[in-house]
Design a protein around this ligand. Sequence first.
Ligand SMILES: NC(=O)c1ccc[n+]([C@@H]2O[C@H](COP(=O)([O-])OP(=O)(O)OC[C@H]3O[C@@H](n4cnc5c(N)ncnc54)[C@H](O)[C@@H]3O)[C@@H](O)[C@H]2O)c1
Ligand SMILES: [Zn+2]
Ligand SMILES: [Zn+2]
Length: 377
Amino acid sequence: MRAVVYHGAREVSVEEVPDARIERPTDVLVKVTSTCICGSDLHMYEGRTSAEAGKVLGHESVGEVVEIGPAVDRIKVGDRVCVPFNIACGFCRNCERGETAYCLTTNPGQAGAAYGYAGMGPYRGGQAELLRVPYGDVNCLRLPPDAADRENDYAMLADVFPTGYHATELAGVQPGDSVAVFGAGPVGLMAAYSAMLRGASMVLVVDHQSDRLRLAEKIGAIAVDDRQGDPVDQILDHTRGMGTDKGCECVGWQAHDSEGHEHPASTMNNVVRSVRAAGAIGAVGVFVLSDPRSPDTLMRKGEVAFDMGMFFQKGLRIGAGQTSVKAYNRRLRDLIAAGRAQPSFLVSHNLGLDEAPDAYLHFDERADGWTKVVLHP
Ligand SMILES: NC(=O)c1ccc[n+]([C@@H]2O[C@H](COP(=O)([O-])OP(=O)(O)OC[C@H]3O[C@@H](n4cnc5c(N)ncnc54)[C@H](O)[C@@H]3O)[C@@H](O)[C@H]2O)c1
Ligand SMILES: [Zn+2]
Ligand SMILES: [Zn+2]
């Protein structure tokens, strides 16, 4: 099969690798029809993770089931499915509680497994013609009959739509809330969109990428361009000096200023400064255990200079971490099927698998107009 293979910093290629196949009776084999490039893939692409050369990338996959193992009951050959980026067993202590991002059995010694990702187990990714889905009955979300017509919408269910929603869930966004979102990448835009689905009265989205801020405005958010001055001051101006009820961090440890200089604690501290006393924060941007290549000495050991004083003073609550996609994907799928949500507004490029190296390059540069890439193997 053809697949996108990681070789080292800013080096990916499309090449022939052994076909994915059924390895265990509970596996499902999916012929991938859509697979996205994620901001998370860029951490690996930039050589900022422990990803090893030879890894097949990709964790946002939609496709058609072409084979099932003998112990698969629910999923049938021919089903159109969306595959969450987490690989869950469904029966461990954490999966039982719905915390499939912290599955205890699929990546032994650690909590949580994923396709084609550094430190998330030996699984090959979905930027390929075929994908092996372990525990297929647990991990495949069946799509409705309009699956092919709305494929780009359903492709967002593998990660970014549930992850944006997770940020608003961790922050406890309620009808009428004002919400500040840091980052207008796919995850930040999905957090803004989810905040609106939950009835927010005002959503402010901070970034320094004009194309992404325009998309935020297109869905009814207020764009806050941090090139125009301190984003927190701008948020306070919009909220009569009070700050927003809730905040979402959707950037992570590679947060940087508009010149590209990294300040790993900047967005976390900006959310703390932007949210009013007794408010709450959802932090879904990734922070890693260590990053030897970080220009910030604390971040090299996975630490940031978090403004604990302000956080405590304001009595804020915070939730953080990977998204347990299965906690949300069924309900978000039904919003798409009912015509109530159209997350594909993000998608700027529909390309063939062979165009992946070029797409990685442009998406990584945050080149104007490259907001979300969907590859069609
Ligand atoms: N928690 C999860 O389960 C989960 C899932 C998917 C992605 N993520 C993470 O979410 C983060 C965002 O993902 P994405 O796909 O949107 O990535 P992305 O890199 O495309 O978007 C990040 C955006 O943040 C902006 N940004 C950078 N520094 C900023 C700053 N100081 N202030 C405001 N904006 C700033 C960038 O310009 C960019 O538009 C990444 O860290 C990714 O790994 C987490
Ligand atoms: Zn992703
Ligand atoms: Zn489990």
